[in-house]
Ligand binder design. Structure first.
Ligand SMILES: CC(C)(COP(=O)(O)OP(=O)(O)OC[C@H]1O[C@@H](n2cnc3c(N)ncnc32)[C@H](O)[C@@H]1OP(=O)(O)O)[C@@H](O)C(=O)NCCC(=O)NCCS
Length: 173
């Protein structure tokens, strides 16, 4: 699992948000599944079951306000999902910052994540955190939709969603 224990992150506007480890049978998993329309996520040709992934949860006064799931693969890690709501309060940033701290402790050198072409918020978010765009996979979402037909055809602001974009952050030793 990820970070042991928990911490209070006071960058979040509107009071400190508590970041804690997402446990296997965590009630926060239902919150994550609601955000993604189920537990299955299909990205870059892989099928992830969010129920099996380790992660972090952000809570405000006991209520879930965000969550991050990831996979560790030796010196690489992938953030599979990150969600925060209400948006723009610093919760997403707090989750990723906590995750990066843990990833560094575990000797991770590169953190990867994937988003879709319509998700300009995520593209801004990841780049503000220092991630760089490293790949574009035209048509990858169309292929993923064959495995998970509920992936929306149209995303933010009515933009069609056919493509995936990868971002990566190299961690300093
Ligand atoms: C992406 C998401 C996790 C961001 O979480 P958040 O709590 O709203 O983000 P934060 O408030 O921590 O923002 C951190 C930084 O990201 C950048 N950012 C956030 N929203 C942005 C937007 N809409 N456009 C551009 N940059 C943005 C800003 O630089 C911000 O720093 P600042 O507030 O100091 O300017 C959230 O919007 C979300 O849950 N989106 C839906 C799920 C999703 O798309 N997840 C990502 C793909 S897996």
């Amino acid at each position: 699992m990820a970070a042991r224990g928990s911490s209070d992150i006071d960058r979040v506007e509107g009071g400190p948000v508590r970041i804690r480890v997402l446990e296997r049978d965590d009630s926060a998993r239902a919150w994550i599944e609601e955000r993604w329309g189920g537990s299955i996520m299909v990205v870059h040709g892989r099928r992830f079951d969010l129920r099996d992934l380790p992660g972090l949860v952000a809570e405000d006064d006991g209520a879930v306000v965000g969550a991050l799931t990831y996979e560790l693969r030796g010196h690489e890690a992938e953030v599979v999902s990150v969600d925060a709501g209400p948006p723009g309060r610093g919760t997403g940033w707090a989750l990723v910052a906590q995750f990066l701290e843990e990833a560094r402790r575990r000797g991770v050198r590169v953190v990867r994540t994937t988003t879709t072409n319509d998700n300009l918020t995520a593209l801004g978010f990841w780049q503000a955190l220092g991630f760089r765009l490293v790949a574009l996979r035209p048509g990858a979402v169309a292929a993923a939709r064959r495995v998970k037909p509920s992936i929306p055809l149209v995303g933010d602001r009515g933009v069609p969603v056919p493509d995936e974009l990868d971002l990566a952050l190299t961690l300093d030793g």
